[in-house]
Write a protein that binds this ligand. Structure first.
Ligand code: ZN
Ligand code: FE
Length: 264
């Protein structure tokens, strides 16, 4: 089995209100882990201790405190590489990545490609490798991040790039927002059977306190309205909400994002 097709072992660490910090186990040395978006150090340290594991590297998708605030305390424990987007608001990087760069963590048997996915923030990165995507606050299950810095056009282009990844890509997002996102998805597409089915299975998982993540891209393409802006039913809903015809999928996306911002 090739390195890239080998399924990664990835564990969720819940943090703050609804964040996920992802721990990626090295396939070569399982006691070595890479942490993605540590917004808080304490739960990461507790999980490392519980597993007798040590930290080997830190990956950061974007500069928001709920994704990076735990970095200084983790670096105080171990001086490991910190990799993320070039952004003055992330002070402790040892390496910055632009778009489409290869990140080799050779000792760990891990390799990722960076994708620059502006929209939620202007410098936001996603990391793709081994059939997994770590996408921070760009793509959520059944939803997408808010446009804090970028435009609807940028976010739509970023999501279209992610949509083009292999359909069996596992999606590791930064937050557990799936149930609320599905309420919106079903307001947009009340007759989407896949979304109704997913709503029921997500509710069962959440009631047990279990993560709905990782998701899979093939599922997202069926249920996530922000990946379905070209679908006639999504377009009709967006046009109904806008009260006017929308010229293209990017305009449908912009309308959906604005609608979701004030959806309760
Ligand atoms: Zn964020
Ligand atoms: Fe966040």
């Amino acid at each position: 089995m090739s390195n890239q097709s080998m399924q990664l072992r990835v564990r969720p660490v819940r943090a703050l209100a609804d964040n996920y910090i992802w721990l990626i186990e090295s396939p070569r040395a399982p006691s070595q882990v890479v942490v993605v978006d540590p917004g808080d150090a304490a739960p990461v340290i507790a999980e490392l201790e519980r597993r007798g594991a040590s930290l080997a590297a830190i990956l950061l998708t974007h500069h928001h405190p709920d994704h990076i605030a735990g970095v200084p305390a983790l670096l105080a424990l171990a001086r490991v590489p910190v990799i993320g987007p070039a952004d003055g608001r992330i002070p402790f990087l040892t390496r910055s990545l632009a778009d489409a760069e290869r990140l080799e963590l050779g000792d760990l048997g891990l390799a990722f490609e960076s994708l620059h996915v502006p929209g939620h923030t202007l410098t936001h990165l996603a990391f793709c490798g081994h059939g997994a995507l770590f996408c921070g606050d760009t793509l959520f299950s059944a939803g997408c991040g808010r446009l804090f810095e970028g435009t609807a056009l940028q976010m739509n282009a970023s999501l279209n790039r992610l949509r083009g990844l292999p359909p069996d890509t596992r999606i590791y997002c930064g937050h557990e927002y799936t149930e609320a996102n599905l309420r919106f998805a079903l307001a947009v597409e009340p007759h989407n059977e896949a979304a109704r089915h997913y709503r029921d299975s997500a509710a069962t998982l959440c009631a047990k306190g279990l993560p709905t993540l990782p998701s899979q891209l093939s599922l997202e393409i069926r249920v996530n309205p922000f990946l379905r802006c070209g679908e006639a039913a999504v377009r009709r809903s967006a046009e109904w909400h806008a009260g006017r015809p929308l010229p293209d999928a990017a305009a449908v996306f912009g309308e959906l994002r604005a609608w979701k911002d004030q959806f309760r």
